[in-house]
Design a protein around this ligand. Structure first.
Ligand SMILES: [Zn+2]
Length: 398
């Protein structure tokens, strides 16, 4: 089989990933229209909005009188003649059934198989509260650089799966529900690095993830700002707005649990403690800020997705071969790279066959000694610096 030369993998990734983000930006350009025209979306939006609405209506109107198992097959006439909608209903039925059978489980059923991109109008307003209530003690280890992997003294085969949910100021990206559901169904822990703006455009999804103790959430800046380019003021905003947005959603979950009388048996942490630099780009000033705000900069030593369609066994093999005890793998769960879900399945099951178990990044840090670099990179130091020329003057697409 023809193998891609090793040293082009990272170029492929950064090239294609940035192209994909820019592409999203362009598609979403009609969302930057003034507020008064926000109810006259472009054709693409109307289509995705209609699909989402039909799925939601079908769920709302058909679910109560039907049992979960009969739901997908009986369904509503308007959905049955559309394969895509029928799939959404079947997925919803399966999740609903799962939820019913696991009464008391913290997980919530998903409404649809995946949230489509551009279903939600782009919204770049800051969060409702801009100063986080919880402040963490300083973390001086951030001054030593970003964590690329963790050295595991015993050599135990343990690694961390991480998923970025990146979103530029000008873009609304997606949510790969397939990934989250598969991780839940297979009881695999994971860490999600969420952009603060992404959290707000996917509030319900974040609140679902927050309720599941299998998962850990980290800060991935507000609008994917490039910390090698941002002013000190903007860096602070990117960090703190995301901390605040997390707090708001956490508070909402706890308030809802109180109202329902169920209580929050295992409330999520009060503040995010991990931070991932967008594009892996950092600076001395940025590390000092993370120290000040008590955050730990977490990178990766294994890039999972590359350019093109990632749903291939050969790509999975390349990824698996790079993993060693203490590795941190970088995936995306925002539907920007293609084939992330299939690649995850191949990689995770392949690693399990090799004897690996998965933990969150927080757990991995406690198992060994972090290995750090001054600045982040994909596969070779400096290989991400070329991204400074894209995505606007501060990297957020503005
Ligand atoms: Zn990102």
């Amino acid at each position: 089989m023809l193998q891609r030369p090793k040293d082009t993998v990272h170029e492929d990734f950064s090239e294609n990933f940035s192209k994909a983000l820019l592409e999203e930006s362009r598609k979403d350009s009609c969302e930057s229209a003034p507020a008064e025209s926000s109810f006259r979306p472009c054709l693409m939006h109307r289509r995705s909005f209609l699909a989402g609405t039909l799925g939601l209506m079908a769920g709302l109107f058909c679910a109560p009188p039907l049992t979960a198992s009969g739901f997908g097959s009986t369904a509503c006439a308007f959905a049955a003649d559309n394969t895509e909608h029928a799939d959404i209903l079947a997925e919803y039925a399966a999740r609903l059934q799962y939820h019913m059978e696991n009464n008391g489980d913290l997980r919530l059923p998903a409404l649809s198989a995946r949230d489509r991109r551009r279903a939600i109008p782009n919204d770049n307003r800051p969060p409702a509260r801009r100063t986080p209530v919880t402040t963490l003690p300083p973390n001086s280890s951030a001054l030593e650089g970003v964590v690329r992997r963790v050295h595991i003294e015993s050599g135990e085969k343990v690694c961390a799966l991480t998923f970025d949910m990146c979103e530029l100021a000008t873009t609304t990206t997606g949510f790969d529900a397939d990934i989250v559901i598969w991780l839940q169904d297979n009881n695999i822990p994971a860490t999600f690095f969420m952009g603060g703006k992404w959290m707000r455009t996917h509030e319900r999804r974040v609140r679902q993830i927050l309720r599941d103790p299998l998962f850990e959430i980290g800060n991935h800046a507000w609008a994917h700002g490039n910390f090698a380019l941002l002013s000190l003021k903007r860096m602070r905003e990117e960090i703190l707005d995301t901390q605040s947005q997390y707090e708001l959603l956490r508070e909402e979950n706890i308030a809802n649990a109180g109202r329902s009388g169920l209580g929050e048996s295992l409330p999520p942490p009060e503040a995010l403690r991990l931070f991932r630099f967008p594009y892996g780009r950092s600076s001395e000033q940025a590390l000092q800020l993370l120290n000040e705000y008590g955050l730990e900069p977490i990178q990766w030593d294994v890039v999972a997705e590359t350019g093109g369609n990632n749903a291939s066994v050969s790509r999975a093999r390349q990824v698996i071969n790079k993993v060693q005890p203490g590795s941190i793998l970088l995936f995306h769960a925002n539907l920007v790279p293609r084939g992330s879900f299939q690649l995850l399945r191949y990689v995770a099951t392949g690693l399990q066959r090799k004897g690996y178990r998965f933990v969150t990044v927080g757990e991995l840090l406690a198992l060994g000694t972090p290995e750090r670099a001054r600045d982040g990179y994909f596969e070779k130091p400096g290989d991400n610096a070329e991204l400074d020329k894209r995505f606007g003057t501060e990297g957020t697409g503005r």
